[in-house]
Design a binder for this molecule. Structure first.
Ligand SMILES: C[S@@+](CC[C@H](N)C(=O)[O-])C[C@H]1O[C@@H](n2cnc3c(N)ncnc32)[C@H](O)[C@@H]1O
Length: 219
């Protein structure tokens, strides 16, 4: 194997694993979105291949070619690759063949740590994907209605943000006094958290960051 997808953590470089750091230092090629590369830039020694939403396939093909020439390639992934990056990993596999996934610390884990949420009592839902989200919306409404699990969710930037999620839940008959916590820019210098009843959240005019996580604690 010569391609690794390395989870670089949620923003603060202190959350990078020692294995991830070593792989990045030893890589001939380091690819990733600018935000992910920025976390680890001081350890990069090899060639950098930046990825953005428009050139994703092309850049990943470049990594695939480098790997086929025997170069060690690392693709940096924000947070942990196992959280809400399934489609991205599939694209990497199509372009580069077999890859090893090196876990990182997810922004979701930071949010759970702050909110005191155990994974086994939670349901994690991501709306941050290209695939249709209708089934996920139904699962969200059902789970909040049952009240047995805390829901941890990633909004869809900018189409299904916390306000839209609150409105959707209230349309489904969820009481407006149920609280939701929004964490923004976790581990970054300007991180913040705020808590609102769904009815207030639905009417809120402020725009949340594209780096936002919403938690609806079980009662
Ligand atoms: C495509 S998902 C990837 C998640 C990533 N694999 C992880 O484990 O954090 C991107 C979404 O993760 C969330 N996110 C990533 N980093 C964040 C941070 N530092 N603070 C809050 N949310 C974050 C946001 O909801 C963002 O839209």
């Amino acid at each position: 194997l010569s391609v690794w997808i390395v989870g670089v953590g949620p923003g603060d470089p202190e959350y990078l694993s020692l294995r991830g750091k070593r792989l990045i230092e030893e890589a001939d090629v380091v690819a990733g979105f600018k935000t992910a590369l920025a976390v680890v830039e001081k350890w990069i020694k090899g060639q950098i291949i930046p990825i953005d939403y428009r050139n994703q396939e092309g850049s990943l093909e470049e990594v695939g070619v480098a790997a086929s020439q025997g170069k060690n390639c690392v693709i940096c992934n924000y947070g942990d690759p196992n959280f809400s990056d399934k489609e991205y990993i599939e694209r990497v596999r199509r372009a580069c063949g077999p890859v090893e996934i090196v876990p990182g610390i997810s922004s979701v884990q930071i949010a759970c740590a702050k909110a005191g949420v155990a994974m086994e009592s939670a349901l994690f839902i991501t709306f941050h994907k290209r695939a249709p989200i209708d089934d996920d919306k139904e699962e969200l409404a059902e789970t909040v209605a049952k009240g047995k699990r805390t829901v941890v969710l990633l909004p869809h930037t900018w189409d299904f943000m916390p306000q839209d999620i609150a409105k959707f839940l209230m349309e489904r008959g969820i009481p407006g006094d149920i609280p939701a916590i929004i964490y923004q820019k976790l581990t970054l210098p300007d991180e913040s958290d705020s808590k609102y009843p769904l009815s207030d959240l639905a009417e809120l005019e402020t725009q949340f960051s594209d780096l936002s996580i919403m938690i609806i604690p079980r009662p």
